[in-house]
Design a protein. Structure first.
Length: 430
């Protein structure tokens, strides 16, 4: 195949490809991967985009033998949440372009929020009933870090349209299905607000299905642009951003910046990190090893509710009912893409550096070590210079050594870095 005919990495099956042979090949690769064997990308194995998603799924602790989406919202919570969601305004466009034909074709059309929670799942009733077996239902969380590789979750993780064919799904329970999905963006800010997905049998892996989804997304974003022209109200007032990296904790909601107390920032971040929800006892343990009184937890949650809105936090268990993106998400997304430069740019400092909460300390260490590993692997002298010049990295002898190794031994900077490394080694007793 010539270089002008390169295979589209986002499409699962090429026209005319033997789907039976593809299924057997991918299934074999999946079996090797989940049992710890080597699974090279491309060629006779799996697409690189799928392999990378499998690796992320494993890092997030996804069980390949577990059921699909979890953390299903109750009916009343789901109704309230999606009524306020910006995707509700363009649902008629999705129904007209996809749903009506999908019912006749025995397919499902799903619309999710920006985190992968399914807002609507529509299609022929018997197909919907079959999908219930894998928990592909309205209100379920189908984010990649919860379910593993799947089209809507992976499309959101990568901010790119993608197809997932059969055994390319990380969860074995989902492998009889194929899906095509694409993210939807706010046409003004460019922020992801949701995703549109078609799910069904092997034919959903055909390139034209992905083209259909992408065309629908384009129509949806055009409709959103018209709605914004008619009413300049920002899209997705239910979507907020939490800043927890660096010295200040800030919640931005509906254009308002709210400086948070450390405790409120801790609670919000822990709820983001546990979309399945937390009991009062579990939340107390994550906040304080000596276990906070449940009455104190309830009082703090009451105060946090006032910050995010009355319908923003559910109970029994406590869980977020709004889209809340964090700067931690941005660093992780850059690391997942292999973009160490973007990850460092999105990392102004340690995660809630003064927090002693056990759950926060664990997140802080995990994020720092992932970023540090990416920088050491990059061997990029500019990035290593920034890291060793920061509060986080100034005493990192391994980073200084990597920085030294990236420099020209004949340069004056090499001598300076070598001297600094010697001072640091002496201070640390190395």
């Amino acid at each position: 195949m010539g270089s002008s005919e390169q295979v589209n990495p986002w499409v699962a099956a090429r026209p005319g490809e033997d789907l039976g042979l593809l299924a057997r090949r991918v299934s074999s690769a999946h079996a090797r991967f989940v049992t710890g064997g080597e699974t090279p990308a491309g060629g006779d194995s799996v697409r690189a985009v799928v392999l990378e998603s499998w690796r992320r799924s494993r890092e997030h602790g996804v069980d390949p033998d577990a059921a699909g989406g979890g953390g299903v919202l109750g009916d009343s919570e789901l109704r309230g949440y999606r009524a306020e969601h910006p995707m509700a305004a363009v649902r008629p466009v999705v129904r007209k372009l996809l749903v009506e034909d999908a019912v006749e074709a025995g397919l499902l059309v799903a619309v999710s929020d920006a985190r992968g929670r399914l807002l609507w799942v529509e299609g022929e009733s018997r197909v919907k009933d079959r999908a219930c077996a894998m928990n592909f239902v309205e209100g379920a969380d189908w984010s990649e870090d919860r379910v593993g590789t799947n089209a809507p979750g992976t499309a959101l993780a990568l901010d790119h349209h993608v197809q997932i064919f059969g055994a390319e799904h990380f969860s074995r329970m989902v492998q009889e299905w194929s899906c095509s999905a694409a993210p939807v963006h706010d046409p003004l800010s460019g922020r992801v607000i949701g995703a549109i997905d078609i799910t069904g049998g092997p034919r959903v892996a055909a390139p034209e299905v992905l083209s259909l989804v992408r065309a629908t997304v384009a129509a949806v974003e055009s409709e959103l642009r018209l709605l914004l022209l008619e009413s300049p109200k920002p899209l997705g007032d239910s979507t907020a951003r939490l800043q927890v990296l660096g010295p200040a904790a800030i919640l931005t909601r509906a254009g308002e910046r709210i400086r948070l107390s450390q405790r409120h920032a801790e609670i919000l971040l822990l709820l983001v990190e546990h979309p399945e929800g937390l009991s009062a006892d579990h939340l107390a343990l994550l906040l304080d090893e000596s276990e906070l009184d449940p009455v104190t937890i309830r009082a703090e949650l009451s105060r946090v509710r006032k910050l995010v809105g009355a319908g923003g936090i559910g109970s029994k268990p406590y869980r977020l009912l709004i889209d809340l993106r964090t700067d931690v998400d941005e660093v992780r997304a850059a690391l997942a893409r292999g973009d160490a430069k973007a990850a460092l740019r999105a990392y102004p400092g340690a995660l809630l550096p003064r927090s002693l909460a056990p759950g926060i300390a664990e997140l802080r260490a995990e994020l720092r070590e992932r970023l540090r590993a990416a920088l050491l692997t990059s061997r990029d002298r500019r990035l290593l210079a920034r890291w060793t010049g920061s509060v986080e990295g100034r005493d990192d002898s391994a980073a200084w050594a990597a920085y030294l190794g990236a420099l020209d031994p004949g340069s004056s900077l090499y001598a300076q870095v070598k001297a600094q490394l010697r001072v640091l080694d002496t201070r640390l007793g190395i």
